[in-house]
Design a protein around this ligand. Structure first.
Ligand SMILES: Cc1ncc(COP(=O)(O)O)c(C=O)c1O
Length: 456
């Protein structure tokens, strides 16, 4: 049965971002069950979910309350739109999210994914400026190596060369600016003088500030090395956007809904953006849902203008089941004090990772916050030896996946920027689960070091 399923999967199931060897592998992973922080494959092997699915199963797997909310809603009202109309679960979800969002971010526009959320923000920024008599403000700034999604608008904002190159030319009015990686190496300078800030201002001036519509950035950028920004960095982004009339969008597809121990990463960074995009954790992946939250005065300005409408929408935006799931998920997250749990456990999670870093020469550095970490790898820390391109590719694409599978830790090695082992478990992981996860990482790092020793 399992082998037949694998055969059919290899033939009929389109795999996302999957190399031919993995797509055609007779050993393709087939996951059949999940509960709490664990998943089981069809052969009965248990895995600890070290990536919360794809940074999304925030409340853990297999919760009956969320599943029941979906079933109840489907029986009550299976579908109605948010096109010149409303229905109770979308209104309830929007109101709940607006209450949790910072300041006057009070209007929630639902779509189905993070990519669609990015598309929505790009289109909103352009149409907002158009409505205010500024049609020339159409350029979008994003940061090098940032992942904002895969649809062509979102991909134009995505700054990962490997994902962009097959689709060039992308949309013309996008520009990538430096991210914050390595800011610590610039010495004791004020944040406003760091090159990751000054380069953005230079790019704005070069393009002409009157042509720039929006800057989009993650509170903590995932791809390229889990970049925690320096203190005051987001305040600088806010200052630049205010000074030059640019909308500031925080892409909170990963950072939103508790990943950093706050409802939104923007609250961690202490800045009110104009737009927040979200997806993933809003439903803990019990149903597809994404969206953007916009400051109320901006919506009013658009609606009160001669444009009079946000010219954008999708059939399933705010689907009753998905928004009912969001309500159940967010309510559980709030009532079970999950954000407090993340803040309370994060220091020992971090300390455990730092301890592993000290004991393993293959670890260059650990970066992250809350329940969101990346372990950057190199060939030998004390020797200052970096991985060759071949070592990095083999380590991330063959060796680590095999070691992770053996140890029963489900997560990814990411080689799109520096070689990273990603760790982002469900937010409900307790001390015991985090301890088990750290033990597995220890085992995987030991295996990777042995492989490196035999390779060199
Ligand atoms: C920061 C960020 N933005 C946008 C997206 C795109 O989301 P989706 O895969 O739901 O389209 C992702 C996906 O991982 C993401 O991490």
């Amino acid at each position: 049965m399992s082998d037949e399923l694998r055969r059919q999967a290899r033939r009929h199931l389109g795999q996302h971002f999957t190399r031919a060897t993995a797509w055609r592998s007779p050993e393709m992973l087939v996951v059949v069950r999940s509960e709490g922080c664990y998943l089981w494959d069809d052969r009965g092997k248990r895995y600890l979910d070290g990536l919360a699915g794809l940074f999304c199963v925030n409340m853990g797997h297999g919760r009956a309350d969320i599943a029941d909310a979906a079933a109840r809603q489907l029986k009550q009202l299976s579908f109605a739109t948010n096109w010149s109309a409303a229905h109770p679960p979308s209104v309830e979800a929007a109101s709940l999210i607006a209450e949790l969002a910072p300041a006057d971010l009070g209007v929630v526009f639902f779509v189905n994914s993070g990519s669609e959320a990015t598309e929505s923000a790009i289109k909103f920024a352009r149409e907002y400026h158009l409505s205010q008599g500024r049609p020339e403000r159409c350029k979008i700034f994003s940061r090098h190596m940032a992942y904002h999604g895969t649809t062509l608008g979102a991909l134009s904002a995505t700054g990962i060369p490997q994902f962009r190159s097959a689709f060039l030319p992308l949309l013309p009015w996008f520009r990538q600016v430096p991210n914050t990686l390595g800011w610590e190496n610039e010495g004791d300078v004020p944040t406003s003088a760091l090159s990751c800030v000054t380069a953005i201002e230079e790019a704005i001036l070069e393009e002409g500030p009157e042509t720039v519509a929006m800057l989009i950035a993650e509170p903590v950028q995932n791809v390229g090395g889990v970049m925690v920004p320096p203190n005051g960095y987001w305040q600088e982004l806010r200052r630049l956007c205010d000074e030059y009339g640019i909308l500031l969008c925080a892409d909170e597809v990963i950072c939103g809904f508790g990943r950093l121990g706050h409802w939104f990463g923007s609250q961690r960074n202490g800045v009110v953006p104009d737009i927040i995009t979200f997806a993933k954790g809003v439903t803990s992946a019990y149903a597809p849902l994404g969206g953007m939250i916009v400051r109320e005065p901006l919506i009013d300005a658009l609606l009160d203008s001669s444009v009079g409408m946000f010219t954008h929408g999708v059939t399933w935006g705010g689907h009753p089941m998905s928004t009912a799931v969001a309500v159940a998920n967010i309510t559980a997250m709030r009532d079970e004090h999950v954000l407090d749990h993340v803040l309370a456990l994060a220091p020992s999670f971090r300390a455990g990772l730092d301890d592993l870093a000290e004991r393993h020469q293959i670890v260059k550095e650990v970066r992250g916050d809350g329940f969101f970490y990346g372990v950057e790898l190199m060939a030998g820390r004390d020797a200052g030896r970096h991985l060759s391109a071949e070592e990095k590719a083999t380590l991330c694409r063959d060796v680590l996946p095999r070691l992770l599978q053996q140890s029963g830790l489900m997560t990814r090695a990411d080689d799109r920027g520096p070689a990273m082992l990603m760790l982002s478990p469900p937010l409900v992981a307790d001390r015991e689960v985090i301890g088990e996860l750290l033990g597995m990482v220890d085992e995987v790092l030991t295996g990777a070091e042995s492989w490196l020793a035999s390779w060199t």
